[in-house]
Each structure stands twice: as C-alpha cells, then as structure tokens.
Design a protein around this ligand. Structure first.
Ligand code: ADP
Length: 511
C-alpha cells in the first residue's frame, strides 16, 4: 500500500522537497548551535570570564601586599581589566584604606556603607577567606548597602532604571599579614545586563533563519532542477525505447554520473536495435530456408504419387536430400541454443587432431566427386590436443561447409595444419568471393549474413560461425579470419598441443 503511494509521487517534487528538507535541517542545526553559544550561553561565558579576571587580579595584588609596588600594581590591573580595586588594612575594629582605584567613577566600592563592608568581611571569614557577592545596584540600594551618587530617577528619588539593573560583583579576599594585621582585597566589576543584547540577537537570528530557509528553498529548487531535468528527459527517451523506437538518443548533460548513464543507455539501445534486426532477419531466413525444402518435398511427393513412372530413385533421393537440409537447419539451431544454455560443459579428451581433420575430409569425398570441388588437407606431422572432440568436429564442418559454399568458380578448398611452439593452427582457405572488411567484425554474430539477398547457392542460416565462435571461446582458443574481397578467405583457430609420447601411451591404454 505504502509502496504504490510512493511510486505515484512525482519524482522531481520528491527530490526537490527532500533536498530542501536536508538543507533546512542543516541550517536549523547550524543556527541552533550558534544561537546556543551566542545567545543562550553568552551571559554565562561573560560572567565566568569576569570572575576569572577578578580571581587573577586578586592573586596578583595579594603577591604585592606589604610591598611598595602595591599601589602601582593595583592601579595597572584596575585599568587593564576595568576592575575597581580597594585594599584595606584591618587592625582590630579599624580599617585603613591602603589603595582605592575607581575606574568607573561610580563604583559600588567607593559608595558602600560600613554595613556592607562588615557583611562582606563576615561572609568571607565564613567561606574561608574569599567570597564573591553578586547583586544589582538597585538591590544594594534597596538593602541600604550602597549610596548611589549619579543618575537620580525622577520618581524613585535615588537611581535610574537602567543604572539599577547593573550587576555589581564584588570579590573580597582576606589575607593574613606578617603581624596581627589583616588585609582585605576588594575587587568590583560592573556588568551591564545582556538582556537587551540577547533579545536583539535573538531577533536577528530569527530573521537570519527565515532568510536562510527561503534561500535553501531556492537552492533546492535549482539543484533539483539541474539533477532531475536530464533524468526526466532520459526517462521519456527510455519510454520511447521500451515501445520499440530504437532511434532514441539519450543525452545526459550536467553531472558525470548522468552522462555515463546516458552513454550506457545509448549503448543498450544500439544493442537492442541490433538484436531486434537480427531476430527479424533470422525469422525471415529460417522461414525461407524451411519453405524451400518443404516445397521441394511436397512437389516431388506429389509427382511420385500422381504420375506413374516418376517413382525413380533420383526423385526419392531429392526428397531425402531436402529432408536432410531441413535436418541440418534444425540441428544448427539446436546446437547453438544448447551451446549457449550449457556453456562450460566441455567433454575434454586427448585425441589426434590431424587424424580428426583427415576423417572429416573423407566425409566430403562423395561431394567432391559429385560436384567437382577439390578439397585437400596439408599436414607434416601428427598433432595431439586436449579438447571436446565432437565440438571441434563441428567447428571443422562449419568452416569447411562455409568454404565450399563461398568458394566461387575455382571450387578449391585447402585445409592446412601448421605447428608452432606448443600450438597448432588449423586454417581453412578458400578462393571465393571473400568478405568485405566492413562486414568482418560481424560475421561471428548470430544470424549475420553478408549477402542479404537470399541465394539458394549461398545457403546458410547465419548460425554456423556463431557456433564456431562459441565452441572456440569455450576452449579459450584463439581464432580469426583474414579475407580479401575477390580473392578468398582464411578462417583459422589455434589449440595448445600436448606431447605425443604421453598421449600415445594414453591412447594405447584406452585402446
Ligand atoms: P551462413 O550459414 O550464412 O554461412 P555463417 O555464420 O557460417 O552463416 O557465416 C556468416 C556469414 O559470413 C555468411 O553468411 C557469409 O556471408 C560470411 N562467410 C562465412 N564464411 C565465408 C567464407 N568462407 N567466404 C565468404 N564469406 C563467408
């Protein structure tokens, strides 16, 4: 159910939306990460940085307590980090200001009440010598710990709203002196609330997100269009191909993958068209080849039945000959389909190839006598091979049959055995019409015939060489043809030889 729904969904839409979805998800992810750090955690980062600066400054000042450099160091740090510094020397209930640097001009430190100082002192005592107090100036003023000097508010009579929101962080550290005295280091930093900044940035992020998502939609549209356009075009070409139009051209532009797909489809279309043409030719050839002997058989049969005295051995022989032709045709077809179906099933044996060729030649003797053909075999030694003997016989028959069929006026066919190093070559040479070079690559194909005009003299189904090719390729044998139009053709194949002594011993055993 789900599958059909998916199949019905238009392809380009799905690609476009899918791309958009991925792009949008990526943008949302990036924005979320940036937003988290820039907006959500900004306050916390800012605060922790300030806190660290306070502690570092306290450390530096602590090192200089009791030294003459104290004031310079305190001043330098105050200016560098924007921190207000106050160092007190506490003796009993008296506190003496040693250093006071107010970089803001309105530091809480300069305007804190004694109550606040005492409170801070007690808290840091409780905490083991160091305490950090963080409150807004408004809170401090409300609690009576701080006298704001500037920015009086018209209604609330002591400070303005924005001033009241400033967060004041005070670090107090107690340091024991060498004698009875004690020192208190007070550091104060003021932090403007980030609220406004954060809300501005949030708003900006919202707009950035909207802009990016709209942008990604356009990008998805453009990308999907460049991808899906050629695919759509190829799809419609493939549909035309499926309906039997082999002239289609797949043009893939844009991506390498699509171009390669187009090349593959073009190749497939060419092969399909070739196959289709060959099938049609085969049907035409076979039906012609079947019809001719059948007409002859019927004709001779009727002749013998109807006309007294026509029941002659010659007429009956004619019927037998035609029936044999039919038989040959059917056998060829069967051989080829068997070869193609059961590829790889070779019955390998060792045999004398020279003998085998000689035997084959003898079978043609009758034909030679009857028709005036000359067929001779030349060999200078006995050669043994390991192969499927019946299949090699078939190859020899097909090559010699072709040579006879196409041998021309001279009616001469030569079979030559030449032996090289560990290899024997059998060549079947005729002096016939030859094969035009442009046909040479195709003659091994099924159903291929150079001469499209069907002549009874040049009988054949276009299957013989295809069988030869299949058999020799199963044997992994080299084979080929050299042909000159008007002069004749030489068809050849090569098989590896096996040492005769070993084989002779073997054949003797078999005998
Ligand atoms: P066919 O049964 O038509 O001979 P083959 O497969 O044996 O089929 O041969 C394919 C085609 O190759 C033939 O139709 C013929 O045109 C060409 N051919 C094969 N052998 C020869 C040859 N010895 N001389 C000229 N042409 C040949």
């Amino acid at each position: 159910m789900k599958k059909t729904e998916r199949a019905q969904r238009p392809r380009d839409i799905s690609l476009r939306w899918e791309l958009f979805l991925y792009l949008a998800l990526f943008i949302v992810f990036v924005l979320a990460v940036v937003w988290l750090f820039q907006v959500k955690l900004l306050d916390r980062f800012y605060e922790s940085i300030k806190r660290r600066e306070l502690i570092r400054t306290a450390d530096t000042i602590e090192e200089h307590i009791g030294k003459s450099s104290l004031y310079t160091v305190a001043y330098q740090n105050a200016v560098d980090y924007g921190i207000c510094v106050m160092v007190l020397r506490i003796e009993g209930i008296n506190a003496i200001k040693l250093v006071a640097v107010d970089v803001t001009g309105d530091s809480v430190l300069s305007n804190m009440t004694d109550k606040y100082v005492t409170e801070l002192y007690n808290k840091s005592k409780e905490q083991g010598g160091e305490y950090i107090d963080k409150r807004t100036k408004g809170e401090l003023a409300d609690a009576g710990l701080y006298y704001p000097r500037f920015f009086f508010h018209p209604q609330r009579d002591y400070y303005t709203d924005s001033d009241a929101k400033i967060v004041s962080t005070i670090l107090i550290r107690l340091v024991q002196g060498t004698g009875d005295e004690e020192y208190a280091i007070l550091l104060n930093v003021e932090m403007t609330p980030m609220g406004a900044v954060v809300s501005t940035m949030s708003m900006q992020y919202l707009w950035i997100a909207v802009a990016l998502i709209v942008g990604s939609l356009f990008l998805a549209l453009i990308i999907s269009r460049t991808i899906s356009r050629p695919i759509e075009r190829m799809n419609s070409a493939a549909k035309r191909l499926a309906s039997g139009n082999y002239d289609v051209n797949f043009s893939g532009e844009g991506f390498r993958e699509i171009r390669e797909l187009a090349d593959t489809l073009n190749y497939a279309a060419r092969e399909l068209s070739k196959n289709d043409r060959l099938q049609k030719e085969l049907i035409a050839n076979i039906s012609h080849d079947l019809r001719t002997p059948l007409t002859m058989i019927t004709g001779y049969g009727e002749l013998i039945r109807d006309i007294p005295g026509e029941n002659t051995p010659e007429n009956i022989q004619a019927i037998i000959d035609e029936a044999e032709r039919l038989n040959q045709l059917v056998n060829d077809l069967l051989d080829l389909s068997r070869l193609q179906a059961g590829a790889g099933q070779l019955k390998i044996s060792r045999f004398n190839l020279t003998d085998t060729v000689r035997d084959t030649m003898q079978r043609y003797e009758k034909l030679v006598q009857a028709t005036g053909y000359r067929i001779n075999f030349w060999s200078d030694r006995e050669v043994y091979v390991e192969a499927d003997r019946n299949m090699i016989l078939q190859v020899l028959y097909n090559l010699i049959n072709n040579a006879i069929n196409y041998s021309g006026e001279e009616k001469l066919v030569r079979v030559v055995q030449s032996v090289g190093e560990k290899v024997v070559r059998i060549s079947v040479i005729d002096t016939g019409e030859g094969i035009p070079p442009e046909h040479l690559p195709y003659i091994w194909d099924r159903y291929y015939k150079v001469d499209k005009v069907h002549r009874r003299a040049a009988v054949g189904t276009g299957i013989g060489l295809s069988i030869v090719k299949n058999v020799l390729e199963l044997h992994r044998a080299r084979y080929g043809v050299d042909s000159t139009p008007g002069k004749g053709s030489t068809f050849w194949f090569e098989l590896p030889t096996v040492p005769p002594d070993e084989v002779e011993a073997n054949t003797e055993n078999q005998n």
